[in-house]
Design a protein around this ligand. Sequence first.
Ligand code: 26Q
Length: 809
Amino acid sequence: MSQSFDTRKLNANETVNSAPAFRQALLRHLQYTVGKSPQKASIFDWRMALSHTVRDYAVDPWFDATRRTWDEDRKRVYYLSMEFLIGRLLEDQAINLGLRDVIVRVLSEFGLSFADIAEGEPDAALGNGGLGRLAACYLDSMSTVGCPAYGYGLRYEHGLFRQHFEHGRQIETPENWLATDNPWDFNRPEAAYNVGFGGGLAEQDGTSIWTPGSKVIASAHDTPVVGYAGQWANTLRLWAAMPSADLFDLNRFNAGDFAAASEPEALARSLSRVLYPNDTTEGGKELRLSQEYFLTSASVQDILRRYLAGHENLLKLPEFVAIQMNDTHPAIAGPELIRLLVDEHKMDFDTSVSTVTDVLGYTNHTLLPEALERWSVGLMRKVLPRHLQIIETLDTQFIELQGAKENPVRLINNDQVSMGDLAFTTSHKINGVSALHTELVSQDLFPVHNELHPGRIVNITNGITPRRWLKLANPALASLITDTIGAGWETDLERLRELEPYANDSAFREAFGRSKAAAKEHFIQWLAKEHGIQLPAEALFDAQVKRLHEYKRQLLNILWTIAHYQRIKRDPQAGWVPRVKILGGKAAPSYHMAKLIIQLINDVAEVVNNDPETQHLLRVVYPPNYGVSMAEKLIPAADLSEQISTAGMEASGTGNMKFALNGALTIGTLDGANVEIREQVGAENFFLFGLSTEQVAQRRAQEGHARTALEASQTLRDVLQAIAEGTFSPDDHHRYDGLLDAMWNSDWFLVASDFEDYDRAQTEVAECYADAERWQRMAILNVARMGYFSSDRSIRQYMNQIWDVESAL
Ligand code: 26Q
C-alpha cells in the first residue's frame, strides 16, 4: 500500500477528483436528484446532493471489487451480525475516498460548512454497544485490507432508542433514522428470499420434510463500504422484512375490516421493526428468536445462491466460503446450513456437519451467564421444528464424542438449547476478543469442548479503525501526526511508534498539547450549543462513556466523585486539580439498577454543579443519548479514560482503545484488553488499580466481604451516609435504599473492595496531571504505542487464523 496519499488511486477517472468536476457532479445531483437550485436548497437538500455525489465515487471501486472477486473466483467472508453500529457515513466515506479536502473547498464557494452539513446526518444506530461497533470497524478494515467480504444484518426501522432525562431519570423514545431518505441505500428488491416459520414436520423415506406455517420475505438493501484510499469496497447487506403478497386478507379488507386485514402484514414487518435494546439476553422472546433466524436464513440462502452460481460441488463450500458468527445471535446458522444441505441438496448428515463446521467460525463476546443465549425447547419446536430436530441429533453425537462420561456437556439442558455450546460444536474456530477473555473462555466457559478439540479456541484481540477514531474524530492530532511522521499511519498504525522520540521534544509536546486543547474546545462548543452546558477548558476531563452495567462500575466512579466533593468541601484551598467528570451511556429500559445509577449520577451533578464553593473545581456532566457521533467529539477531548470494570467481566472493551489512541491516559483494572493496552503503552504510563481476576474470585468467596471492606473505609462510609441522608435526593430520602442495601449486603461487583485502591490511583492521576510536562510525555507515549489495536491487525488475524482467505490487493 502506498505511504503517501495518492489521489490517482482513488478512482479510475482521475479528473473526477478535481474541484471543478466535483462541483459539477454536486450541482447535478442538487438539481436532478434533489430537485433544488443552489439558491433554494436547504441544508438537508445539500446533504442529500452531497451524499449522492460521494456515493457515486464509491460505486466504481465497488463494481471493480465485485467483478474481480467473481473473475478470480475468490473465497469470500460473510460477517453475520444482529448489530452494525456504523454511525454517520458521509464524512467517513469522504475520507476513505480522499474527497474531504475537495468537499470543504467546493462547499465554501457556496458559503457552506462541511461540518454543519455532516452534522445533519442521523446516526445509523443499528446496535447496542461494543459488539455492534466492532462489526462496523471490521467492515471498514475488511475493505481497507482488501478482504472480499459481505456484512449481513437487519435493516431495523428503529435503531437503539433515544435517551433523555426527566428529573435525572432515563426516558426512552423511539429512534427514527429512516424518517428522512437514506442516501446510502441501494434497494435490491430482486434479492429476496422466503424465510419460513412454525408449521410441522412429516417423514418421507426416512428424512424429514418441514412445511412452515408462515413465511416472510427478506428483501436486500445494500450499502457500499469503501476502504481507505478507495482500493477496495465490500457490501453491507441489510435485510428488511416484507409480508408475502398472500398475507393481506383481501376478504376482510373487502368486508370493511381494514385493521384486521393488515394484522398479519404488521406481524411480518415486525421482524425488522426494532433493535432489542439489551446487551445481555432477554430470555424467551419469540420475536428475538425469529429476528435471529430471519437474518440467518436470508443470509445463508444468499450465500448458497452466490456459491452455486459459480460452483456445483457443495463439498468444496469451505474452500470458497467463510461465515463468521458475531456472538451466538446468528448461531442458528449451523442447523440452517445443515438443513439446507441435507433436506434441499440431499447431502448425508455427517458430511453436511463436517462441511458446515469447516465454514463456520464463532466469536464469543461475553462470559456473563445472563448473557449466554438459551432458548427453550418449547419455543424452538414452535418456531423452528426442523432445526430443533437437527440440534437433537447434534446433541446425541456430542454426547457420544465424550465417551462414557458421567455428566457430559449437552447442547440441550433442562429443556433449554444452549446456543454457545451449539455454536462451538458447529464451528472450526472459536475466538475470544482479548488475551484474558480467551483464557477464561477456554478455562471457565468451554473446558470440555476445549479438551475434545484442542486448538479450536484462538484469541483475536479486538481493534478499532484508525480512520474513524483518529483521522475523522481528531483532525488536529491526525494532522500533527502526519506533519511529524508523514502519511501512511492510517493503514499502518504501528508507524505511530515513530512518534516515541518526540515525547522528549518540547516543541512537539507543545504542539501535542495544542491539539488536545483544540479537541477539548470543539467538544466544549458542541456541549454548549447542544445542551447549554459550559465547561472549563483547563480542567482535567475525566470520562467514562459506555453502556450502563453494574459490572462496568459507573457506581464506583460516582461514589468516588462524591468522596472527592466532600474532601473539597472540607478543605477548599488545598490546591485541588480542577476536574470535569464526564459520563455517558444508555441503560437497558428494563435494567432497574442501571437506571438508578444514572439517576444518582444526575442527582449528584445537580448538587455539585450548583455549589458555588466547588463549582470551579469539580463538575459532573452526563450528556444524554451517547452514541457513535457523540463519541467522536468526546473521546478526543478526554484526558483520562475510566476502564474500571470488575476484573474478569469485560470481555475486551474497545472504548479503552479509542481513548488511548487519542492521547487519554487510562485508569483501569486488569480486565479485558486493558491488560494488553498496559503491556503496550508501558506500566509506567497507565494508572492500574484493583483486584485481579483470581483475587475477585477469592474475595467473592469471603463471607461478608462487602461489610468488611466498608468497615475499612471511612471515606466510602461517609459517601454512603450522605446518600442515605438524602444529600442528593432531598425530595426522596429513600430513593437509593436499594442501591445502598446492595452495597452493604452483597456487592457482587466489589465496588467496596476496590474503592480504596481506586482512590489511591485517582490521587496519583491528579498529582501527575499537575505536572503538565510529565502528563504530556505519558499521553504521547500512549498514542505512539497503540498501533497494535488497529482493527486492520485484528482482521488480518481473522483472515490467517480463522477464514483462510487472502487479500485481493
Ligand atoms: C441477546 C439476546 C437477546 C437480546 C439481546 C442480546 C444481546 C445483544 C447485544 C446480547 C449481547 C449484546 C452485546 C454485547 C456486547 O456488546 N459485548 C461487548 O462486545 C465488545 C466487542 O467484543 C467487547 O469489547 C465488550 O467487552 C463486550 O461487553
